[in-house]
Design a protein around this ligand. Structure first.
Ligand SMILES: *Cc1c(COP(=O)(O)O)cnc(C)c1O
Length: 397
């Protein structure tokens, strides 16, 4: 997944152009910037590549989720349904707005189970947020139908799946909004950064204003601009955008390398009858940033991760035991441990997670191993890795 592996001349050249002007901010300073508009240029590239009307760059993927929800009018006491397997940023964004994260099970796609989503819908539900973990997606068609039926927004967290697609549409563009992260370990990076994409002009305009203190961006004098509503600062800097501009021009090359490496490892593991692969919806194309598979039991999955690690095969994750990605380790969420008091809506509205049954998620995530696909492996390294993995896994099975 990591674009940081291939940081090179293109990135340096883009950053140097910003340094030459000295204008590090994305707005204003028109006279000084010598025609350099890196954030704007990257937004245009994203709109083209993702086939959407609008893209708004932001300071992080978490900011993209937060701004996305805020732009759609989600606030105190509103419920957002998200999966038990994700990154903590998903519920952080919801909580930041005083809204309530409602966890729902994942299925064999390792993403939201549409039946679990349907069961979690209440009169307060405003949005469903599938998270395309490790490069692949949920059954988005079913989720979209559910959202239409109940008048809910479908907001895709595509932070880990840029470049994948569903029903011929780039991931992130299928729902009402999609969010990307360009942090340092994502498929393409800005160092830190994120983006929101949408075809909804109202949401886009809200995002444009909200992420810059409410500035309406009308006219040429920042100080004289209006503030039609409250906002915050989730802006990206020109330096970060410059890195991203170089990286997005390489996205399709990165995806091709990932697919090649993924396929070699997958073929090697396919010879092991006890191993099954994560299910990918029929209309879906992964971005190949991870290869995810299932072992016959949780004990075997734990043993597999240990054995792969001992054999020097890095980057294979057992998410079930991971502090950041799975509900079993989110005591701080479940107990609402925060520095200061949280709003009444959140305190009263959070489901009693001690009484929740996520055995369906546990069944799948407990047996899963996901291996990071790197870009920088040589042809020899990848062949050796695939053979070593197959050997280690056969031994423990
Ligand atoms: C990385 C990530 C985020 C947050 O992105 P940041 O840019 O690190 O804030 C959100 N959701 C998922 C699934 C992620 O992997």
């Amino acid at each position: 997944m990591p674009g940081f592996e291939l940081f090179g001349e293109k990135e340096k050249a883009e950053v140097q152009q910003v340094l030459d002007t000295g204008v590090l901010m994305r707005y204003g300073f028109d006279g000084m910037r010598n025609g350099q508009w890196k954030a704007l240029d990257l937004e245009k590239k994203l709109e083209e590549r993702m086939q959407v009307e609008h893209a708004q760059l932001l300071s992080s993927g978490t900011a993209a989720l937060t701004v996305g929800l805020a732009s759609a009018g989600i606030g105190a006491g509103d419920e957002v349904i998200l999966p038990t397997f994700t990154f903590v940023a998903s519920f952080e964004a919801v909580l930041a707005l005083g809204a309530i994260p409602v966890l729902a099970d994942v299925d064999d796609t390792l993403t939201l189970d549409p039946d679990a989503v349907e069961n979690a819908i209440t009169t307060r539900t405003k949005a469903v947020m599938p998270v395309h973990m490790c490069g692949s997606m949920a059954d988005l068609e079913s989720l979209k139908q559910l959202c239409s039926k109940h008048s809910l927004l479908l907001i895709e967290d595509a932070c880990q799946a840029i470049g994948g697609s569903y029903d011929g549409k780039p991931l992130g563009s299928y729902g009402d909004m999609g969010c990307f992260s360009f942090d340092y370990v994502k498929t393409i990076t800005c160092g830190e950064g994120g983006a929101l994409i949408t075809n909804n002009t109202e949401f886009y305009q809200n995002a444009d204003h909200y992420s810059d203190h409410g500035h309406d961006h009308i006219g040429n004098d920042r100080g004289a601009e209006g503030h039609p509503f409250l906002g915050y600062n989730y802006r990206i800097s020109e330096l970060n955008a410059a890195v991203g501009l170089a990286q997005i021009s390489r996205l399709d090359d990165f995806l091709e390398i990932q697919k090649r490496h993924y396929t070699i490892i997958r073929e090697a593991l396919s010879s092991i009858p006890e191993i099954t692969f994560r299910s990918v919806p029929e209309k879906g194309v992964e971005n190949y940033s991870f290869l995810s598979f299932y072992l016959p039991s949780a004990q075997k999955a734990k043993a597999a991760q240990l054995a792969l690690g001992s054999a020097g095969i890095d980057g294979c994750f057992y998410w079930f035991d991971n502090n950041w990605h799975y509900h079993t380790k989110w005591d701080h969420l479940k107990k609402l441990t925060s520095l200061g008091p949280l709003s009444k809506e959140v305190v009263e509205g959070l489901p009693d997670y001690s009484a929740s049954n996520f055995s369906k998620s546990d069944h799948w995530v407990g047996r899963n191993i996901s291996c990071l696909i790197k870009l920088g492996w040589s042809a020899e390294e990848i062949q050796k890795r695939a053979a070593d993995m197959a050997k280690v896994l056969k031994e423990i099975l």
